[in-house]
Design a protein around this ligand. Structure first.
Ligand code: FAD
Ligand code: UDP
Length: 389
């Protein structure tokens, strides 16, 4: 990082304490850390985001028709962690919600993840759960090692179901064949031999009752926290007094892409409001093989809002644009490690979140990572206080 960056870190304003922490990004990673540092450690925090709002990609708002939408695509909260759920429950009440997804395949809308009904309807069968296990075993291609996103699916359900549900969707979403992506990508979607048609099977599945933005507002509502929006941190980093930075933006951008650009997959969102109560039967319909969008999501299913109109979003994947997804594959992990090694040499900057640690994390995982980071920062704080005493 530049000299000016380091000198700003030690700058002080006479007679003022300055900021203890400068937090870049007001999404889950930045907001959780701001809240913890301000409330638990009485630290003075400035949180900056280049967008004109808090919440990062989880931001929600009412559109012109008054429908609550997620401008950056549908965000459904789910976790197996009681601690993470309890932590967020300090800032919101919840509306229980179990997400359901249909896939449009061979002219039918069938449950996704693939379950007993998916297979029976697609192949005109009437298998039992036990028979479906045998059926899948007969289709599965045995692999010695499961390395790629193709291996994961083909070794479980065989090539026909793979082609119908995964190959086209993945090629659209990532611009890569599943054989070029880590196993972890398609492994996010299970296969079931029962009739469970929920997209997630986590213990806690719920939406913030008054939306994500309200939850973030409550999280950041503390006298020690100042918020600066519509500001790129690079425009102010040298002008403000701060001691430690928490950075949640893309890690390669922090280092001016000095080792080369890390690929982040982007999306174009097309939001449409329609003068009808409902557009589709479930929250999301996936289109693995048709159209250039991957899926259409209808917000009212997800938020539970009652409204005479409805709003939906189409997702069109693309290479350029706002960074939304790290792309899990070996060469990118290798490039990330070079940035990570550099990041580790910076004593006064901590990298956290989906973009800064290049991890395909869900919201709850980012909250978990931020809470773990807070513990480390709190320990360091305690050590510094002890040595200053
Ligand atoms: P972000 O929310 O990306 O926040 C980082 C912030 O840093 C951004 O607001 C950005 O503007 C800011 N920033 C970057 N650079 C700068 C700079 N130079 N100066 C100032 N600010 C800067 N997760 C789920 O659990 N369930 C879901 O259903 C789900 N659906 C998703 C759907 C889509 C389409 C996408 C893209 C993601 C989805 N996620 C979902 C993942 C979820 O969005 C992330 O896990 C979470 O929002 C990451 O939080 P974060 O704070 O790490 O990053
Ligand atoms: N996927 C697929 N077909 C589907 C749904 C998912 O091939 O109908 C694959 C695809 O590669 C996708 C990945 O599984 O990117 C993870 O899906 P998930 O729904 O978790 O994606 P996200 O909500 O994070 O975009």
């Amino acid at each position: 990082m530049s000299e000016s960056f380091r000198s700003a870190a030690s700058a002080t304003v006479p007679g003022q304490r300055g900021f203890d922490y400068l937090i870049v990004g007001a999404g889950f990673a930045g907001s959780v850390l701001a809240e913890r540092l301000a409330r638990e450690l009485d630290q003075r925090v400035l949180i900056i985001d280049k967008r004109p709002h808090i919440g990062g990609n989880a931001y929600d708002r009412h559109d012109d028709a008054g429908v609550l939408i997620h401008p950056y695509g549908p965000h459904i909260f789910h976790t197996n962690s009681a601690d993470i759920f309890e932590y967020l429950s300090r800032f919101t009440e919840w509306r229980p919600y179990q997400h359901r997804v249909l896939a449009s395949v061979d002219g039918q809308m069938v449950p996704m993840p693939i379950n007993l009904d998916t297979v029976n309807r697609l192949y005109g069968l009437s298998l039992t759960a036990f028979e479906m296990e045998k059926f899948l075993e007969s289709l599965a291609e045995k692999k010695d090692t499961v390395r790629t996103s193709e291996d994961v699916v083909v070794s479980k359900v065989g090539r026909d179901l793979y082609n119908k549900f995964f190959r086209g969707y993945t090629r659209k979403q990532w611009g890569l064949d599943p054989s070029e992506l880590d196993a972890s990508v398609t492994a996010r979607v299970p296969t079931r031999t029962n009739r469970d048609d929920r997209y997630f099977s986590d213990t806690y599945q719920a939406m913030p009752l008054h939306g994500y933005t309200r939850m973030f507002e409550r999280m950041l509502d503390h006298p020690n926290i100042k918020i600066m929006l519509a500001t790129d941190y690079r425009d102010v980093v040298d002008l403000l007094p701060w001691r430690h930075m928490v950075y949640t933006g893309p890690i390669d951008a922090f280092f001016q892409h000095k080792h080369g650009k890390l690929p982040y997959r982007s999306l174009q969102f097309r939001h449409v409001t329609l003068p009808q109560e409902q557009f589709q039967p479930v929250g999301t319909v996936n289109y693995p093989n048709d159209y250039s969008y991957t899926r259409i999501s209808e917000f009212k299913h997800i938020t539970g809002q009652k409204h005479p109109s409805t709003s939906v979003v189409y997702e069109y994947p693309c290479a350029e644009g706002d960074p939304y997804y790290p792309v899990p594959r070996p060469e990118n992990a290798e490039l990330y490690r070079r940035y990570e090694a550099e990041a580790e040499t910076l004593e006064n900057v901590t990298f956290v979140g989906r973009l800064a640690t290049y991890k395909y994390y869900n919201m709850d995982q980012v909250v978990g990572q931020a809470l773990a980071t807070f513990k480390r920062l709190a320990q360091r704080h305690a050590q510094q206080q002890a040595s200053a005493a």
